[in-house]
Design a protein around this ligand. Structure first.
Ligand code: PMP
Length: 422
């Protein structure tokens, strides 16, 4: 039996058919921007394996940090103990997050970083003797697969079987230049009439719903209004964080500072899963009293795993290097030129870019949902050309590792043009 046959007998891959292929590909190793199969086929990972591998695969500095940490302290429970990688990483993150961020809380992945943020915000009010049930979120959002994260996300194909079990959320429409004033009125009305605990959002770019971008000044306006009414603002930077949209954080584009940040994905540069929720001093103070019942009752076995934190410290060094800054603007510049070249193509409904993201939406007379027929066309077309792009209905996007070369970007753009010429 080969690896795929063995895989089929023992592993459930519910996502694979959604991509328009029957079986997963067996990957033997990965290096730089490439995933390598057993027979030596090299696939250009233009989505950083779902927005994770910031500096490519198996980066020597990250691999070294992981190996050294594994050999000295691989794990210790984070209740009653602490360690150097966790402390160093927390200090590093606080040095780049907005000044109002006071403490780092560790968890395991993006969804749990969001769960923690939501629980923090609910309990913040509870500890103050004020039970607030409502959260405001933006239509089309994706914040993760766990129940709290699903509650504040788009109620669609992904949540249908669970909708009755999700908590109550007030959704505002996705902001566009045409509807901003209406959305703002709705937002104000919710805040004035409901007991709102928090406002959660993907800042500037909604990732999983198709790299949809909205106006940063408008986001600023929403946050300022919510904060003027003492509502905790949660920036889910799981996708946008760590340079993805040009600046270190999406919130670096705005002037107000959210109260809580959720981070994951690029945090460790892809070597390990790790989640972070940071918050202000004011939030922390609601939990620190003599009454133990008021402490934050949330903890995971793998919280602040030393190997994951060490990988994140190594990734942070790479991220904050001058080389990385140069790469970020180089990629954005390349996207800009390509955008100018193909915009207006009759098959393109919309094309947008920001930082390292480039997304193309195609005209289709068919269903453009996640389950659309177009997935059977898009993903396999690029994969045959040894390029991994992410399809979403009638849309495809790239979000490459920062080490991708101009030549490799050109290869992707050429393939897109070939697809357009079909
Ligand atoms: N928040 C956002 C904005 C995300 O894009 C994602 C993942 N796509 C998550 C949360 C959930 O992260 P994870 O997949 O690590 O649970």
């Amino acid at each position: 039996m080969n690896w795929i046959e063995r895989d089929k007998q023992s592993i459930w891959h519910p996502f694979t058919p959604l991509l328009g292929v029957d079986d997963p590909l067996y990957i033997k190793s990965a290096e730089g921007v490439y995933l390598i199969t057993e027979d030596g086929r090299k696939i250009l990972d233009a989505v950083s394996s779902w927005w994770v591998n910031l500096h490519g695969h198996a980066h020597p500095a990250i691999a070294k940090a992981v190996a050294e940490q594994a050999a000295s302290l691989e794990h210790v429970i984070f209740a009653g103990f602490t360690h150097k990688p966790a402390i160093t990483l927390a200090e590093n993150l606080l040095s780049i997050l907005p000044d109002n961020q006071d403490k780092i809380f560790y968890s395991d992945n993006g969804s749990t970083a969001v769960e923690v943020a939501l629980k923090m915000a609910f309990q913040y009010w509870f500890n103050k003797g004020d039970v607030r049930k409502k959260v405001i979120a933006i239509d089309g959002a994706y914040h993760g697969d766990t129940f709290g994260a699903m509650s504040v996300g788009e109620r669609g194909d992904f949540t249908k079987p669970f909708n009755e079990h999700l908590f109550e959320v007030e959704f505002i429409d996705f902001p566009t230049p045409e509807n901003e004033s209406k959305v703002f009125e709705h937002f104000k009305n919710i805040i004035e009439t409901e007991e709102v605990a928090s406002f959660i959002f993907e800042p500037i770019v909604q990732g999983a719903s198709g790299m949809r971008m909205y106006n940063e000044q408008f986001l600023d306006k929403l946050i300022s209004y919510a904060q003027d009414h003492n509502i905790l603002c949660i920036a889910d930077e799981v996708m946008t964080g760590f340079g993805r949209i040009g600046k270190l954080f999406a919130c670096d584009y705005i002037s107000s500072n959210p109260d809580i940040f959720c981070l994951s994905k690029g945090l460790t540069g892809g070597a390990m899963a790790l989640g972070v929720t940071s918050c202000t001093k004011e939030v922390i103070e609601a939990f620190t009293s003599q009454d133990l019942h008021k402490t934050f009752l949330h903890g995971h076995s793998f919280t602040a795993n030393p190997i994951a934190c060490a990988a994140a410290v190594a990734s942070f060094e790479l991220l904050t290097s001058p080389t990385c800054r140069v790469n970020l603007s180089r990629i954005e510049q390349k996207h800009k030129v390509f955008h100018a070249k193909i915009k207006g193509h009759p098959r393109i409904k919309d094309i947008r870019y920001k930082g390292t993201i480039l997304a193309l939406e195609f005209f289709t007379d068919k269903d453009s949902s996640y389950f659309s027929e177009m997935r059977n066309q898009l993903y396999p077309f690029f994969l045959k050309k040894n390029i991994l792009l992410r399809p979403l209905g009638n849309l495809i996007y790239l979000i490459p590792p920062y080490i991708i070369t101009d030549k490799e970007l050109d290869k992707i753009y050429d393939a897109i043009e070939e697809f357009l010429a079909l």
